[in-house]
Design a protein. Structure first.
Length: 233
């Protein structure tokens, strides 16, 4: 039973989310500030941590920085609606993904499951291979869903779960257009509303990360007013 640490100073979130996660079969530990969580983690590290950013005593950024000095456990940030700077900074510091408040708890559960599957694959645990989990090769792109690993021209590219899902959806059928609505369905469940700009922002960050491996990366094409497509070289 995976142990999930939920760290947030909002008691309502701690109560409701912990109930959902426990119903999904997780063991949940809750903390109302970063320092309390860090003290507990020195004795027993969770399998995955969900951190709020703004908290008393020690905020999520400080906690993330300290955790990354000693562990590579998956970490998801909970961010407020307009905290894009915090999202970017958190990902650069080593967070694996983020979920915006107010969030669908189903969405959070799926993000947690995806990161735990990746962690299990990295640890070498046996996971059943399906069509969705097979390694995909598209020209210079190699995607391993089980390990949540991406390589472009042999170089590793670190993506969030959302970015990975979007790239996977586009690359599965090179040359075919995916509308923004179709990409929303891939990245979010039907209880979460996001507008076109959210998908555009994810694609923008995805391109930037791919170009960090190759300045001339241009496989993701924008069709204005329609959507995006992946062009295999």
């Amino acid at each position: 039973m995976p142990r999930i640490a939920l760290v947030d100073d909002d008691r309502n979130i701690l109560t409701s989310v912990s109930m959902t996660l426990e119903a999904e079969g997780f063991e949940v530990e809750t903390y109302s500030d970063g320092q309390s969580a860090l003290d507990a983690f020195t004795k027993r590290m969770p399998d995955l941590a969900v951190l709020d950013i703004k908290m008393p005593r020690m905020d999520g950024m400080d906690l993330l920085q300290r955790l990354r000095q000693k562990t590579s456990i998956p970490i998801i940030f909970l961010t407020s609606k307009d905290d894009e700077i915090d999202e970017v900074l958190g990902l650069r510091m080593g967070a694996d993904d983020y979920v915006k408040k107010s969030f669908s708890q189903r969405l959070l559960v799926e993000r947690i499951r995806a990161l735990l599957r990746r962690q299990d694959a990295i640890a070498g645990e046996v996971i059943e291979e399906t069509e969705e989990t097979k390694v995909m090769v598209r020209g210079d792109l190699v995607m391993d869903p089980l390990r949540h690993a991406v390589k472009w021209k042999g170089q590793d590219v670190s993506l969030t779960v959302t970015e990975f899902l979007l790239l996977q959806a586009l690359a599965q059928r090179p040359g075919f257009v995916k509308s923004r609505d179709q990409l929303m369905d891939v990245a979010y469940d039907d209880q979460v509303y996001v507008d076109d700009r959210t998908i555009d922002s994810h694609i923008k960050r995805l391109r930037k990360k791919m170009r960090s491996a190759d300045n001339e990366f241009s496989a993701i094409e924008t069709l204005y007013g329609i959507g995006y497509r992946y062009n295999e070289a």
